[in-house]
Design a protein around this ligand. Structure first.
Ligand SMILES: NC(=O)C1=CN([C@@H]2O[C@H](COP(=O)(O)OP(=O)(O)OC[C@H]3O[C@@H](n4cnc5c(N)ncnc54)[C@H](OP(=O)(O)O)[C@@H]3O)[C@@H](O)[C@H]2O)[C@@H](O)CC1
Ligand SMILES: [K+]
Length: 477
């Protein structure tokens, strides 16, 4: 499991560690990791032009010490100081001793333009709000330069805790993050500014509960349902799909397709698209009597392509099994009915649907995904899977939010969400918690999307078709 901690926790861990170590030891660990990453990126250090962008905090100190190490290996190193009188004094002295030089912001553009590598030490976890004008100009010059850009701890200008970006920010090719990942490095829009991320261990001891976690293959393998020798289809779980309408029969077909790939022993379909479903998947149990009279299931999926059928949503929410609510179901679900449920509820909005539920513009949700997912989970007393470029899954009771690492832009295709709801609903029926079903579903769905796309456009049915390959990839690893 990859974990990310917020600034407050990082600060506390740093204080505790610094109290036990000689002064400056942590910064030396950071600088050693940074210099090694820069050297890897440059290939050859000797004779290369390195420019440090240096703010007045310890983030700039890290950059200065790393620059000193590169200068000792023969790089030509120049530091651009945003506030010359406040730059880290010991770091600056170390750089000068190693043969590096320091300049002010005037004339920096030319240096930046000619550099092979830029090290962004403008601001780290001490940053507040958008970059100030001088710093913003350096970030813009860095973007125009052909140099490789390495961010110290995080790209300057992005919010470490939330992933929000207000105004200019440095666009890095590589971010060398110190001690732990920060949430912003894993969540869009900030994630896109970070480039690839390398973690340097500086020995922090962090608490068991992270702010954010990202599953990896081994975690998913542990969570996937495996039928035992005693299993029959009922013990493996039956998932009920209440979806589709005369207008949107395809949503029902795709949700059933996802559900058949998700590990449940049987899929029961309820709704007006039974003929279309049976024609494609004869193994489906179909019923036209409404969710309440459809027979036992271990979990329901309601909403994909449902149009305005509020009664099916109401009947499903009144059941005592886990329920996944998606698409039209989100609009039709009564908030009090969701809050009153005792069995788990998993809501799966995209940003537009989440914005409608929260009563805010869509851009607000896209700019502040973590806060939006938590807020929605709290309001509905439900687990919320917020779909998008970085899918998040948040429980109502707080705890670490899961961020999905497998997504791909190719998944932004019609019907892809219907497949995900069937898949995650099937995992719910197999007995996974709402948090696990949502995050494992998103993981497999993202991986399947990558396999199906392989660099070319795909349709939602291709994604469903590739889920077994994703499952095997996880279990064979
Ligand atoms: N502590 C440790 O053990 C270790 C810490 N480490 C490193 O320290 C970093 C944290 O250092 P930090 O606390 O000094 O804060 P930092 O990120 O440099 O920012 C403060 C400076 O930025 C400025 N500033 C603020 N907002 C701004 C804006 N919008 N636009 C422009 N400027 C802005 C602010 O200015 P001021 O408000 O004071 O005028 C102040 O000068 C951390 O990320 C890691 O790299 C590692 O060495 C490992 C050991
Ligand atoms: K930085």
């Amino acid at each position: 499991m990859r974990t990310a901690y917020n600034v407050e926790t990082v600060r506390a861990a740093e204080r505790e560690l610094m109290a036990r170590l000689p002064e400056g030891a942590l910064m030396q660990r950071a600088a050693a990791g940074l210099a090694a990453a820069c050297a890897d990126l440059l290939g050859r250090v000797y004779g290369r032009r390195v420019v440090l962008l240096v703010g007045s905090g310890d983030n700039g100190g890290d950059a200065l010490y790393a620059g000193a190490r590169l200068a000792r290996r023969g790089a030509g190193v120049a530091a651009v100081l945003l506030a010359p009188e406040r730059a880290h004094p010991a770091g600056l002295a170390a750089l000068r001793r190693a043969g590096g030089r320091a300049v002010g912001v005037e004339g920096a553009e030319r240096l930046i333009e000619q550099a092979d590598l830029l090290l962004d030490g403008i601001v780290g976890i001490g940053g507040k709000g958008g970059l100030r004008p001088d710093a913003a100009r350096l970030a813009e010059a860095a973007e125009r330069s052909r140099a490789a850009v390495v961010a110290v701890d995080l790209p300057s200008g992005v919010d470490a805790d939330t992933g929000e970006v207000r105004g200019a920010a440095v666009r890095a090719d590589l971010t060398v993050t110190l001690g732990t990942h920060k949430p912003g490095l894993l969540i869009d829009p900030a994630r896109e500014y970070a480039g690839s991320v390398r973690l340097v261990d500086i020995g922090l001891s962090l608490p068991p509960q992270a702010e954010l976690e990202a599953l990896q293959h081994a975690d998913v393998r542990r969570l996937l349902p495996v039928p035992g020798g005693e299993s029959d289809k009922y013990r493996r779980g039956v998932v009920g799909i209440a979806a589709g309408s005369a207008r949107y029969p395809g949503a029902a077909v795709l949700a059933v397709y996802g559900a058949l790939r998700g590990g449940a022993g049987a899929v029961r379909y309820v709704g007006p698209a039974a003929d279309a479903v049976i024609a494609r998947f004869p193994e489906t149990l179909v019923s036209d009597r409404g969710p309440k009279h459809a027979g036992r299931v271990q979990a329901w999926v309601v909403g994909p392509g449902a149009g305005d059928d509020a009664s099916a949503v109401g009947e499903v929410l009144a059941s005592e099994v886990p329920v996944l609510v998606d698409a039209d179901g989100l609009r039709l679900a009564d908030r009090d009915a969701v809050r009153a449920r005792t069995a788990p509820t998993l809501m799966t909005p995209h940003a537009g649907e989440a914005a409608a539920l929260l009563g805010v513009p869509r851009e607000e949700v896209e700019g502040a995904r973590l806060a939006s997912a938590r807020e929605l989970a709290g309001r509905y007393g439900a687990t919320v899977l917020l779909k998008g470029s970085t899918t998040l899954v948040a429980d109502a009771g707080g705890g670490a939010v899961r961020v999905n690492p497998t997504g791909t832009a190719w998944l932004a295709t019609a019907g892809s969400g219907d497949v995900l709801s069937g898949l995650a609903g099937s995992l719910l029926a197999s007995g996974l918690s709402a948090l696990d079903a949502g995050s494992v579903g998103a993981y497999l769905h993202g991986l399947a999307g990558r396999f199906a796309a392989d660099g070319a456009p795909v349709g939602a049915h291709d994604v469903a078709e590739a889920v077994p390959a994703a499952w095997r990839d996880v279990t064979d690893a």
